[in-house]
Design a protein around this ligand. Structure first.
Ligand SMILES: Cc1cc2nc3c(=O)[nH]c(=O)nc-3n(C[C@H](O)[C@H](O)[C@H](O)COP(=O)(O)O)c2cc1C
Length: 180
C-alpha cells in the first residue's frame, strides 16, 4: 500500500487547508495516510548547532520514508505560509535529501478569488532546491474557501473534486512509476 504524508501550511485547528488535505488523501484511494505536524520551532542556526530538534528529524524521516507527499497550504499576503517555509528550511538542513525526487501534490485554499494561486507558485519555487518532484497540473486553488466546505468539512463543488481526483491519479501514477 502506498505511504502518503500530508503537510498543512496552517496550524489552526479549524484549518480549511487541513480539510482539503484529508479530502485529497481520501480521493487518492487506498493508501496509508498520515498528517505530520509543522508546529516546529523557528529555524535558528544556533539551535541547529546544538542539535536539530527531534520533531524536525521525525518529520524528515517520515518524508524520506513516504512514497508521496500532499501539501495543502493557505496564502499569506500573496506568499507562502511562514509555517510551511519554516518547515522546508528545517528539512533542508537534515541529512539524506528527504524531498529528492519525491512526488508531491500541492493544493491551496484561501479567502481570495485566486484561491492562493500566488502562494502555490511561490511554494513550488521553494520546493525546487529541495529536489521535489512536484506534479505540474492541475493547479488546485480553492477560492473563497470559507464558503466551499460543508458543515462536515467536505468540499462539495464537483469541478474541484474532479480536478483533485485528476491530481491524485497523477500522483499515484508517479508513485507507481517510481516503485516499478
Ligand atoms: C496573515 C494572513 C494573510 C492572508 N493573506 C491572504 C492572501 O494573500 N490571499 C488570500 O486569498 N487570503 C489571505 N488570507 C486569508 C486566508 O487565505 C484564509 O484565512 C484561509 O482560510 C487560511 O487558511 P486555513 O483555513 O487553512 O487556516 C490571509 C490570512 C492571514 C491570517
Amino acid at each position: 500500500m502506498d505511504k502518503l504524508i500530508g503537510l498543512c501550511g496552517s496550524l489552526r485547528a479549524g484549518s480549511l487547508n487541513r480539510k482539503l488535505l484529508h479530502q485529497a488523501a481520501t480521493l487518492y484511494g487506498d493508501c496509508a495516510f498520515q498528517e505530520m505536524s509543522l508546529d516546529l520551532p523557528l529555524y535558528n542556526g544556533d539551535v541547529e548547532a546544538r542539535g536539530i530538534p527531534q520533531t524536525v528529524l521525525d518529520l524528515s524521516a517520515a518524508i524520506k520514508d513516504a512514497d508521496a507527499i500532499i501539501i495543502a497550504t493557505p496564502e499569506y499576503n500573496k506568499g507562502i505560509s511562514g509555517v510551511l517555509k519554516n518547515a522546508l528550511d528545517w528539512i533542508s538542513r537534515t541529512q539524506g535529501g528527504p524531498f529528492t525526487d519525491k512526488p508531491v501534490a500541492l493544493l491551496t485554499a484561501a479567502a481570495g478569488r485566486t484561491g492562493g494561486e500566488t502562494a502555490q507558485y511561490h511554494t513550488r519555487h521553494c520546493l525546487t532546491p529541495l529536489g521535489a518532484d512536484v506534479i505540474a497540473s492541475p493547479a488546485i486553488c480553492i477560492a473563497a474557501a470559507a464558503t466551499e466546505f460543508n458543515s462536515d468539512g467536505i468540499l462539495e463543488n464537483q469541478r474541484y473534486i474532479d480536478n483533485i481526483t485528476t491530481l491524485m491519479v497523477k500522483l499515484s501514477k508517479r508513485v507507481q512509476h517510481v516503485k516499478s
